[in-house]
Design a protein around this ligand. Structure first.
Ligand SMILES: [Zn+2]
Length: 92
């Protein structure tokens, strides 16, 4: 796998320009969807105030929070790739 994407330089691998393009393409695909500030509706209600729930995603953590009292119902870390090829309901 050395040659076009990575090169073995002495005792370590270095990413060549095409390799950087590959990494950039993968990252732009994964991060294509703007997630910051977006909310996904979550069925159910807040156990404290019966308010509506929504999922937000920031800094690798998905949080289900109440829109009424902002109580966090659930927090779960996952990679942004978890949004790839999944609709909102599947993410939730
Ligand atoms: Zn609430």
């Amino acid at each position: 796998m050395t040659g076009r994407v990575v090169a073995l330089v002495e005792d370590r691998y270095e990413l060549l320009y095409p390799g950087h393009r590959v990494v950039g393409a993968v990252q732009s695909a994964i991060f294509h969807r703007s997630l910051s500030g977006s909310e996904i509706d979550v069925s159910g209600a807040c156990p404290d105030c019966a308010g509506s729930l929504a999922l937000t995603y920031a800094e690798f953590i998905g949080r289900t929070e109440c829109l009424g009292c902002e109580e966090a119902v659930l927090g779960h870390p996952f990679d942004p790739g978890g949004f790839e090829r999944r609709g909102d309901a599947a993410v939730v």
